[in-house]
Design a binder for this molecule. Structure first.
Ligand SMILES: Cc1ncc(COP(=O)(O)O)c(C=O)c1O
Length: 387
């Protein structure tokens, strides 16, 4: 387990920030990388042709190492999850009458593209709901597997549900998906960086992650792994740098019909963002220096007393086997108004999110026992009417 990393950040002293699933704070090192990037353009003569490539390549390498991707060229630099998902959707076969399987209340950037695709190809969307009552996570996982059959063309889902932290057994989903020949597209935004992703077992066709949450980077950055299914695909745009030999600036108008190797064809235009790319690189290095297993063990340990006390007080929290340590929902007991809880948390400077009928708690390694205690006291006081 990791000791508190709070000194690496500049969070206000009076704030209990338990909301990394909303947006991570940036660490000092990430902030400095961004400032350095801004300063660099004071004198553009200092920006060399190799600068257009180096940080991006290093980001691919860091992300590949973080997740266990053997070839960093399978990593594309994307500005958002919707962009990475759209590139995947553009290159998947979806025959009329086939099915696209999604989860109930999945994040919209991994939904709208599939709505459009299903409409265009006359395919059917199947949205898998959780069962009511106890065993919700187990039942939901079972329902996902049951929804995948020979009619399924695509399964597009997260590893950890963004609203309540339900964990999906992606190895089992992947095995089922492979059995029926469907493509598996994973949105790793709310898991990768804080929750282990067993790449060797899952082997998804694509894994898309926004950079500004558990990868600890700036907004408008992201990374996407694309497997062999996408090797000969068509990107969303035709940027000069994604073509073979683009590092020879003098030869850029010797127009090139080939793309650069691997998934780099799916990079966003102007991917060499001289401010954001160094920030994302510094962030990934920081996450790797902590280690994903250590991050998850640390936050699971931190959140354990909250879960225990919340349950004793009558709040609803998912079973441990289907709940992530870094992101989990707390549902209020009968008779306790969610808005009341929200107001108390706000007043006490405890930052969490309200998603659906639950508050979403998302700790990271900058949190400590004081943050957890503040949350427990608030949960207790709301139940006792002691606010
Ligand atoms: C699961 C998930 N995916 C994606 C995103 C962000 O999507 P985009 O990068 O398209 O804005 C979020 C933001 O909350 C999210 O929770």
């Amino acid at each position: 387990m990791l000791p508190s990393q709070r000194s690496l950040f500049t969070l206000p002293d009076d704030l209990h920030y338990l909301n990394c699933a909303y947006m991570s704070p940036i660490a000092r090192s990430v902030e400095e990388a961004g400032i350095e990037g801004i300063r660099r353009k004071r004198n553009p003569a200092l920006v060399t042709p190799s600068d257009f490539f180096e940080d991006g390549e290093a980001v691919r390498g860091e992300f590949a190492a973080l997740v266990g991707i053997a070839d960093p060229r399978r990593v594309a630099l994307v500005p958002s999850v919707s962009y990475g998902i759209a590139a995947a959707a553009r290159n998947l076969e979806v025959p009329p009458g086939s099915r696209i399987v999604l989860l109930h209340e999945q994040f919209p950037s991994n939904v709208y593209t599939w709505h459009r695709l299903a409409g265009e190809r006359r395919a059917e969307l199947v949205t898998v709901r959780p069962p009511a009552g106890t065993g919700r996570g187990e039942g939901w996982n079972r329902a996902v597997l049951e929804a995948i059959d020979s009619r399924t063309a695509i399964v597009a889902l997260p590893h950890v549900h963004w609203a309540d932290g339900t964990v999906f057994d992606l190895a089992a989903v992947a095995a089922r998906t492979r059995d029926v020949g469907a493509a598996l597209i994973v949105d790793g935004t709310q898991s990768v960086g804080a929750f282990p992703f067993p790449m060797d077992e899952i082997r998804p066709d694509a894994l898309v992650c926004a950079g500004y949450k558990w990868l600890m980077g700036p907004y408008s950055t992201g990374v996407a792994f694309y497997g062999e299914r996408f090797d000969h695909g068509v990107p969303l745009e035709e940027n000069w740098i994604a073509r073979l030999g683009s590092e020879r600036f003098a030869g850029l108008v010797d127009y090139q019909s080939e793309y650069a190797p691997g998934a780099t064809r799916y990079d966003v235009g102007e991917r060499s963002n001289f401010i954001l790319m160094p920030m994302l690189l510094a962030a990934l290095r920081l996450v790797r220096s902590w280690g994903v297993d250590e991050i998850q063990a640390t936050v699971r340990h931190l959140s354990a007393p909250v879960v225990e006390r919340a349950r004793e007080l009558g709040y609803g929290v998912e079973e441990a086997t289907r709940r992530a340590g870094h992101l989990f929902g707390i549902r209020t007991p009968k008779g306790i108004d969610l808005d009341r809880l929200r107001t108390v948390l706000e007043k006490r400077r405890i930052s969490v999110s309200v998603r659906g009928d639950a508050i979403r708690v998302a700790p990271h390694v900058y949190n400590g026992a004081d943050d957890v205690d503040a949350l427990i006291r608030a949960l207790e006081d709301v139940v006792r009417g002691n606010t």
